[in-house]
Design a protein around this ligand. Sequence first.
Ligand SMILES: *[C@@H]1O[C@H](CO)[C@@H](O)[C@H](O)[C@H]1NC(C)=O
Length: 464
Amino acid sequence: MEAKATTILCIFLFLMITRATTTANKVPAIIVFGDSTVDAGNNNFIPTVARSNFEPYGRDFVGGKPTGRFSNGRIATDFISEAFGLKPYIPAYLDPKYKISDFATGVSFASAATGYDNATSDVLVELIANRRSVEEEHVTAEIFEDDRRSLPSRFFAGKASVVAGEEEQCRRNLLPEKLAMKNIDATLKTDEKKDIDDTLKIDEKKVAVTICCRRSDRVLLPEKKNTESSEWRFVESVIPLWRQVEYYEEYQKKLRSYVGESKAKESVGKALHITSLGTNDFLENYYAFPGRASEYTPSEYQNFLVGIAENFIKKLYNLGARKISLGGIPPMGCLPLERTTNFVGGNDCVSDYNNIALEFNNKLTKLTNKLNKDLPGIRLVFSNPYDILLHIIHKPAQYGFQVASLACCATGMFEMGYACSRASSFSCMDASKFVFWDSFHPTERTNAIIANYIVKNTLAQFLH
Ligand SMILES: *[C@@H]1O[C@H](CO)[C@@H](O)[C@H](O)[C@H]1NC(C)=O
């Protein structure tokens, strides 16, 4: 109890100090790249099922509003922004409510379900079919990769209740629960439809079928009697990292016309760039599909991702960025979804996944040291959420939490995204007693603790 009170006092004092010293605005803006850990709502504006802009998400956010953040309230980067004396939340770049004047002090390009690996952002693709044909016949898609049948027998699709796949074949789909087709349809018919590009608009006669395969896989549809009534095509998946960098280039152009060439350059050089991604590459790609695992050993795959991280940092550097925080990955074997499916291990943390995270974080640390030597003037730091989150999970009571193995939303075992929404009546009353909000993402309180820890231990050097 005393330890807890001291911790809270320290965090409080720390925030006071940081507020007082940031008046000179050493960091004029925070620029965010990554996945759902730092997506502030970009996925609301692209056609994907990896979303959270509905209840009960955001129920503890200002005004109780779901924003597309995968939490009950704010995410870590919002707290970091506030600690730097900037806005209490960082807006999403694709949100038309915001303009360059808002983005000048902070912007997020992050996209839930993405990763370093291009193949990760393509895990969830959608096929759009004419509703009538789907209801009338059982449509089945078979998926082949390089002409070899690489996935067990038939993949799903078709008939009203089956969409997201059979759990055996699709264990780590973002939506592990079978999705009712009409739910997908309904979600795309809500008023956010207008934000979706016209060409991708889905009218009442059509339904979106989500299958869990990679975009690069070839999907062969069986011959159908009434092909003219079916229209199958891929729609864009979530925003890959390279595309986030393109958005950043576009942002810099807008910033230059807003504040002028030299001020824009100064702003970019002083801004803090934060990255947070990698978990999906392992859990939603490498360990979920045969493709990458047949190409690389776990260690080789880590090196592959670190290579992409290196090019990404160099790209930011070439665009003028100097202050960069490279984010590590959490003890991902302790995410409630992984614990729930750890039948052999008695629902304990999956130690193999935690070890992978430790190895990967070590490699990112080495990369950080290397790039600080290679790139003159760069101030690259490695921000590691692993130890603090693991400590919270092992000793939740020390931080005022009651539950660490199950999440707050729905049953707390499997649900995230739309599944949380549908079963939200089962959700816990007080999310601040839970370490995790959904089966993959922390609560606002956990985000605040992690953010304050990282500011204090890693990012504080940028305050001066
Ligand atoms: C990912 O895709 C982009 C765009 O097609 C491409 O430029 C990039 O080289 C790809 N990255 C890797 C590591 O294959």
